[in-house]
Design a protein around this ligand. Structure first.
Ligand SMILES: *[C@@H]1O[C@H](CO)[C@@H](O)[C@H](O)[C@H]1NC(C)=O
Ligand SMILES: *[C@@H]1O[C@H](CO)[C@@H](O)[C@H](O)[C@H]1NC(C)=O
Ligand SMILES: *[C@@H]1O[C@H](CO)[C@@H](O)[C@H](O)[C@H]1NC(C)=O
Length: 483
């Protein structure tokens, strides 16, 4: 364990009008990784909400390219309530877990060659409220909602640039995946609006990005039926009869409509053993239900290591046909709950009993208006995309095309409803290393541009499945080049 290189700063920044208490630590070494980190990692807390009772934890990786000019992005994991470490290790971050290898009594780490920090300054935020290492000073502040989470995250971003004035001028993008599709456009709009209203400092907001972003809850879930048909998981006859008998509404299907219920039952029989997050992966979890009976949006890995932590597990090959991705996430849970890891990250003592990959008291559950710690009070965020389409704003929406959780079919539907004009590309292939990596369509209205891209072969968290392709895609997009 090495924390000697750890530098701890507590700063009180006072000005005539406001006052921010925050802390930041430069982390030079991490348990599980030999030697000093070859990139600049900072962790810290910024207080938001009333009396700054919500203390949001972040990891900040400075760009390894050109930090002065590269964009500043904030990454939001989904859930809600999933720790952002998952993205740090498995999706876009600078490090990966070495499956089955241990060092310093924790899962060993290695560098990720496709880290987005090669082309951007990346903030990984644990939000809302008690997600990951974030905590609250009062029990009342724990409960959150879509709107509260969005406004606290917007507050976080403005305070972040205030406390990191070096990044005031960098183009800023709000980014993330999955459930964060609900809050990303709300946060982005709030930043533009705050700038218009004279909030300080001005955030150089330029746009946003979402991967398989949940956007229209009903529409996205309805689109699973058409997706299942297009991917040859159900027959054309069953697709047609279900569509007709249920009048196109499966998410909110009328349970008195017997014929529709029978059809949905037939559909569920056929997709029940499919891994909803990546239809080609083995299914390690509970039964998939298309829309009814159980939880269609979240599936938890049932094989928790929690009862038996730091018990060394043999290395598993990612290539075996019984490989379960959920097993990998458990290594992150082991790492994050280690005392020396928390010390190295300068997690405040006594604030987190247990680091959870996802807090199930927040996690989205279709059909429920709330969970104990979170109210799902935004049914769809399409209206925020509409508002943003009137601004000087750029959007990149990408879809792993093997995701049945938030299928590209539903994403295309809400994008179409914005009535944008198609510009250079209309479902044209885009390439990485000379290979077709997916299909793209580019749209515009006045000063708004939107790029929609499928990522061929990827599941719900596209960069986890196609890291090289996703890295190339964002690199081009950040550089204002065609993807
Ligand atoms: C959301 O999806 C539902 C169901 O498909 C549809 O009726 C509604 O018009 C959509 N709303 C928006 C704003 O796109
Ligand atoms: C898109 O066009 C349709 C048909 O003209 C219209 O009903 C709808 O309100 C438009 N939507 C937006 C977001 O402009
Ligand atoms: C687009 O942006 C330019 C430059 O910022 C501005 O002059 C123009 O009014 C904007 N157009 C619209 C339709 O908002």
């Amino acid at each position: 364990m090495k924390i000697m290189g750890l530098l701890f700063i507590l700063v009180l920044l006072a000005s005539s009008t406001n006052f921010i208490a925050y802390s930041q630590t430069i982390v030079e070494t991490l348990p599980g990784f030999p030697g000093p980190l070859p990139f600049k990692l900072e962790t810290g807390y910024i207080g938001v909400g009333e009396d700054e009772a919500v203390q949001l934890f972040y990891y900040f990786v400075e760009s390894e390219g050109n930090p002065e000019e590269d964009p500043l992005i904030i990454w939001l994991a989904g859930g809600p309530g999933c720790g952002t470490l998952r993205a740090f290790f498995f999706e876009i971050g600078p490090m990966q877990i070495q499956y089955g290898n241990y060092m310093d009594n924790v899962p060993a780490l290695q560098l990720d060659p496709n880290s987005w920090s090669k082309v951007a300054n990346v903030i990984y935020l644990d939000a809302p409220t008690i997600t990951g290492y974030s905590y609250t000073k009062t029990p009342e502040a724990v409960r959150s909602s879509d709107t509260a989470s969005a406004s606290q995250t917007a507050e976080f971003i403005r305070k972040f640039v205030k406390t990191h004035p070096k990044f005031l001028k960098n183009p800023m993008y709000v980014t993330g995946i999955s459930y964060s599709g609900i809050v990303i456009p709300i946060i982005t709009e709030e930043l533009y609006k705050g700038n218009d209203e004279g909030l300080e400092p001005i955030v150089n907001i330029q746009g946003y990005m979402g991967g398989n972003p949940l956007t229209n809850k009903t529409g996205d879930i309805n689109s699973r039926l058409e997706y299942a048909y297009r991917m040859a998981l159900i027959s054309e006859e069953l697709y047609e009869s279900t569509k007709k008998d249920c009048n196109g509404d499966y998410a909110e299907a009328d349970s008195n409509n017997l014929q529709c219920m029978l059809d949905i039952n037939e559909v569920n029989k056929r997709v029940g053993d499919i891994n909803i997050q990546q239809i080609l992966d083995p299914d390690c979890d509970a039964v998939t239900n298309l829309v009814r009976g159980g939880n269609p949006v979240t599936k938890e890995n049932r094989r928790l290591l929690r009862g038996n932590p730091v018990n060394l597990r043999p290395a598993q090959s990612m290539l075996t046909d019984t490989f379960c991705r959920g097993d990998n996430y458990n290594y992150a849970t082991l790492w994050a709950n280690d005392e020396n890891v928390m010390k190295a990250l300068n997690v405040r003592e006594g604030t987190v009993d247990e680091w959870l990959l996802c807090n199930l008291d927040m996690k989205y559950n279709y059909g429920k208006p709330s969970m104990p710690l979170y109210e799902f009070n935004v049914q769809n965020s399409v209206v925020y995309h509409e508002k943003l389409s009137k601004r000087n704003c750029r959007a990149l929406i990408f879809s792993g095309d093997h995701d049945m959780m938030v299928p590209h079919v539903g994403t295309r539907n809400w994008i179409n409803s914005l009535n944008l004009t198609i510009t250079d590309s209309n479902w044209d292939a885009w390439y990485v290393n000379g290979q077709d990596a997916g299909y793209k369509t580019t749209y515009a209205r006045d000063n708004y541009t939107l790029v929609f891209a499928t990522v061929k072969g990827a599941g719900h968290t596209a960069p986890e499945f196609k890291p090289k392709e996703c890295f190339e895609m964002v690199k081009r997009w950040f550089a204002y080049r065609p993807i």
